[in-house]
Design a protein around this ligand. Structure first.
Ligand SMILES: [Zn+2]
Ligand SMILES: [Zn+2]
Length: 155
């Protein structure tokens, strides 16, 4: 993530994060509309040729609720041109419209992030957890085997 665009998602009036309500692509620019946490409206025009520089900030801005809580995906309707995201925090429901072009980049990004977090493994919940358990179990049984018989040795 580049810092060049970090400030565009910060309110100029109150320095609170800006929450994206809608994002669409018009010609070579992304037009992003929303409000900051305090309700100050904003309207951004970001060049598509630099998408990689600001898309991460846009994603953060999309997945943040107006109350400041992180949003979870509830329902995603991917259309040809527009994608509707229904997102929820613990208290609120937010509907965000985003250009499918932008959504494709964000969702691809999220997949990469997930893969990175999971350590490049296709089925991490199986590969990651089982060996650990197994190691613990063998460690326990090994200890028992080495300590207990000594106690009962007759000499
Ligand atoms: Zn503000
Ligand atoms: Zn909320």
């Amino acid at each position: 993530m580049s810092d060049e665009y970090v400030d565009v998602f910060t309110c100029v009036k109150c320095r609170n994060p800006r929450i994206t309500k809608s994002a669409r692509v018009v010609k070579n620019n992304a037009i992003i509309i929303g409000k900051c946490l305090k309700g100050h409206p904003f309207n951004l025009k970001l060049p598509m040729e630099q998408e990689h520089k600001w898309i991460g900030h846009l994603r953060d801005s999309v997945y943040k609720c107006r109350c400041g809580m992180p949003l979870e995906e509830h329902k995603i309707k991917v259309g040809k041109k527009k994608t509707q995201l229904v997102l929820k925090c613990t208290k609120h429901k937010q509907v965000t419209m985003i250009d499918t072009l932008l959504w494709n980049t964000i969702s691809a990004d999220r997949e990469v992030q997930k893969t990175l977090e999971q350590g490049y493994k296709p089925e991490p919940y199986k590969v990651g957890k089982e060996p650990k358990k197994y190691e613990k179990d063998t460690a326990k049984t090994k200890k028992k085997e080495t300590t207990e018989p000594r106690k009962w040795q007759p000499y």
